[in-house]
Write a protein that binds this ligand. Structure first.
Ligand code: UD1
Ligand code: CA
Length: 464
């Protein structure tokens, strides 16, 4: 929108969160609360955007998207005081000013747009976004006059019983003529139950000065939720998660039980992927098409390419699973791992910084860390890379086509040449040449009749 500026208020600690973390940093669907509001406001393409920050300012500033200016409100003296701090960063700006709260993350870009359009169409000085709520407790109430126009806003704590009976609330989102806001802010005082500078007073002040105040009621009251406590946070999480899941389903992803599927806002998923209940897909994970996620996986900041299958109860962190590879059940891919196309990583296999080429099979009970494994290598059950001597980590390199028998240990650093065989039970302490057999088993001895004799002796001993 041309001639539009945005201010987002985000300086408060959020006392009712009972947290050492500033309220706007608490996450919803894996994304700090503030970024939900900022993202929706930025969708309107404002000319200038300011975030008013205070509590844990450095951390908050650290996550501001490009093009958003921070205004520091050192002491949090109220929402009007915060608005003044924001205005200072806008210099001589004279257009329409959308002001929103960093703690109402559900209000969408469409709703912001509707407010701005109504404001501009009416040529109002102040437009306030309102909502009708079944339970208005805690919110500021919209007090309208006999003619239906908005007269003032009264905070819940300052409201009379009659005012508290009003179900129309202030969402904390406004559109101002910048000049009108500037003028009105000068008259805001702190005579209220909280001793704060209330931005809401701007409504009555503008009215008194003969200005025009518009109330714009949203037809999506469920978006109005302000996050003040952890209970509100969980409710918002539920709403955002439902929206995220619906977006994926509309673009062709099957989610068998959306109520039991947890996908962060930043995740991408291709069509014809099927997601079973109990999957947590988090961070900046990218999932291709035709992927199957069986129940109960936790996936963080990872890439799963087309046709990959995760058989369930697996943890995948900062790793990549290539086309058609199969993971799980009960696998753990720790950061920096890559499972090549059509490779298999099975039950109770843990990878860490392990690069498995195409077609590798590590199907059971293994630890593969700091290792590079070539094409079509077979890793037998119980294989362990001994990568750590208590001080440093070392690499195991296994070249293409190697067959590793069960219960093998690789004492790193060590290299196993292409096409070689490592016999079951071997402890590999030195490099293996290509096409060789490595075996470190001690030769087997069979003592004929030993067990029978032992039994008989033991039985005699018992009687005596
Ligand atoms: C505010 C409104 C209330 C509205 C509700 C909607 C006022 C006085 N009241 O109440 O009418 O129904 O939002 O959710 O405005 N902030 C600052 N600096 C400050 C104070 C607050 O940046 O000095 C920020 C907070 O971080 C928060 C936002 O402003 O993001 C709202 O503040 P909060 O204290 O949550 O206001 P409410 O009591 O919820
Ligand atoms: Ca609030």
């Amino acid at each position: 929108v041309k001639g539009l500026a945005v201010i987002v208020l985000a300086a408060g600690l959020g006392t009712r969160m009972k947290s050492s973390t500033a309220k706007v940093l608490h996450q919803i669907a894996g994304r700090p609360m503030l970024l939900h509001t900022l993202g929706n406001a930025l969708a309107l393409k404002p000319e200038k955007t300011v975030a008013v920050v205070g509590h844990q300012a450095e951390k908050v500033i650290g996550l501001l998207p490009e093009g958003v200016t921070a205004a520091i409100q050192k002491e949090q003296l109220g929402t009007a005081h915060a608005a003044s701090a924001g205005l200072k960063k806008l210099g001589g700006f004279t257009g329409a000013l959308l002001l929103c709260s960093g703690d109402t993350p559900l209000l969408g870009a469409d709703t912001f747009r509707r407010l701005v359009q109504a404001h501009q169409k009416a040529g109002a000085d102040v437009s306030v976004l309102t909502a009708h709520l079944a339970d208005p407790a805690g919110y500021g109430r919209i007090i309208r006059g006999g003619d239906g126009s908005v007269q003032r806003i009264v905070e819940h704590k300052d409201a009379t019983a009659a005012e508290r009976a009003v179900h129309e609330i202030n969402t904390g989102t406004y559109c101002f003529k910048a000049s009108a806001l500037k003028r009105a802010l000068k008259e805001v005082r702190t005579e209220n139950s909280q001793g704060e500078f209330y931005l809401t007073d701007v409504v009555a002040i503008t009215k008194k000065r003969g200005g025009t105040v518009l109330g714009v009621t949203t037809d999506r009251p469920e978006e109005a939720l302000g996050i003040n406590s952890r209970v509100d946070l969980a409710n918002a999480e539920k709403t955002v998660r439902r929206r995220v899941n619906e977006r994926h389903m509309r673009s062709g992803v099957t989610i068998i039980d959306p109520d039991a599927t947890y996908i962060d806002a930043g995740v991408m998923i291709g069509a014809d992927t099927v997601i079973h209940p109990g999957n947590h897909i988090t961070g900046e994970t990218v999932i291709g098409s035709g992927v199957a996620l069986f129940p109960g996986n936790f996936i963080l900041d990872s890439t799963l390419k087309d046709g990959a299958v995760v058989k369930g109860y697996s943890v995948i962190e900062s790793s990549c699973v290539d086309e058609g590879a199969q993971i799980g059940p009960f696998s753990h891919l720790r950061p920096g791992s890559r499972v090549g196309a059509a490779a298999r990583v099975g039950n109770f296999v843990e990878l860490k910084k392990a690069l498995l080429a195409e077609g590798v099979k590590a199907s059971h009970l293994s630890y593969l860390g700091d290792t590079v494994i070539g094409r079509d290598v077979n890793i037998g059950a119980g294989t362990i890379t001994c990568n750590y001597d208590g001080f440093n980590k070392y690499q195991t390199i296994i070249e293409d086509g190697v067959f590793v028998g069960s219960d093998t240990q690789f004492i790193a650093p060590v290299r196993v040449g292409r096409g070689s065989v490592v016999a079951a039970g071997t402890t590999v302490t030195k490099d293996v040449p290509a096409d060789a057999l490595a075996i470190s088993r001690s030769p087997q001895v069979n003592r004929e009749g030993w067990a029978r004799k032992n039994r008989q002796e033991k039985a005699k001993g018992k009687k005596a």
